[in-house]
Design a protein. Sequence first.
Length: 514
Amino acid sequence: MTDAADSSTGYSHKAGASRPLPSSLDETIALFRHIFRNDDTLRVRVIENRHDHRIRCGLVYLDGMVDADLIQSGIAAPVMSFDFKEYGQEERAEWMEHLRTRIITIGDIMASMKLDELIGAVMGGKTAFFLDGYCGGLAVNTAGWNTRAIEEPTTEKVVRGPREGFTESLLVNLTLIRRRVQSSDLKFVFSDIGSRSNTQICICYMEELASPAILKELQGRLERVEIDHLLDTGYLTELIRDEPYSPFETIGSTERPDTVVSKIMEGRIAVLCEGSPFVLTLPYVFVENFQSSEDYYINYYYATFNRLLRVFGAFLSMSIPAVYVALITYSQEMVPSLLLLSIATARMAVPFPTVVEAVLMLTIFEILREAGSRIPAAIGQAVSIVGALVLGQAAVDARIVSAPMVIVVGLTGITTLLNPRLPGPLIIVRIWLLGFAFMFGIYGYFFGLLGLVIHLMSLRSFGVPYMLGVGSIRLQDIKDTAVRLPWWDMYLRPALIGVRNRRRRAHKKPARRP
């Protein structure tokens, strides 16, 4: 049975995990063997001192999680050559202190007398060191597993800007942030989430900029998370977001270190997770869906044009099918006569209503998009392009759909690609508006649009309005929204984010006189 006490160790996995360690090395090793039974990655090594064979030490670690060469050079070799006789008949506690401070050459060492702390250290890639006769141990950081190399994120490519992206290693990701912010105000707060996985997460923020209220709210939500394992920050997004049933994300996500640093410098907070290359940023507002890190590296005229193009593309993506169905079904008088005649001619032999055409072609487009993103990259683009051309032309020739509908769906798909952060919400809103337009015509489209605006206005991200800056008439509040003004003109941070110091520019130190 899992929870039964072992006859040789008297250890119960649930009840005895926090009890002190036995002083006998053999009993300690037997205890670890019992805890990690049926785990073939457990490695136990007993070493003896060269000067006194009666002094025995033990090393416990998991294969594949540690650097074996570091264990040999940093722990085993120094301990085996250490002459305990120089210290006379001192207590084992004093010997262990000598080993921790003078003999073991690895810098990251934690002393503990609790079994659960040492078990967690071993599972985290550390080596547990024990001295026979001492009821305690050392957790030595010998982690050495392989990680993916730092490379450019495939989901956020830029023409101009840094090429580095986050990896699955939490330590590497923190280093990428620290390299860009060499300030003592940058704080890292660690915690574990997952009753079984014990996944390490890190909250990253600037102490003098981040809102204490938002930070406290975030920590409270993380403490209330109940889940047995955490594999990605996407889990946290669903568990701590404000509006769990809204299609719009109220917590940002990015793979780019420069994006995270820019958010932190505005007073936002970042959440990193071990094993995930995606970092959460919060609070998150609606206009951030149309912003790109490259906007800050190019001329502000082009950056503003690109942002407005993304906003216009998002509006077209969710509106074109609904407006087309509303005009062709209910309001033909609003369409120019020649255009209406051309559309009627193209639809003459099509057996389906306009809304059925739209739903059918939109579904086929989404199938092609999903297939193109899942199959190998070498043939993904070819399948998407050829599939769209072949199926579209074949559907028109077979009189299943009309040629104007192919144009409408193609334009809808292209404009969707302008905003890689909004494909999911745009699909849902598109269906929403299409349904209203089919039932109530052009008035239904505007009613659906009004409902969307009301929904967006009601959203909050950790207390911050989701539509922050969209309806503002103050120039300073819209300088970095759908437009981007020059850096010299953006001297204040957003007010409603809760930032403690709104001025972006630090006060210059007075020049020293000779």
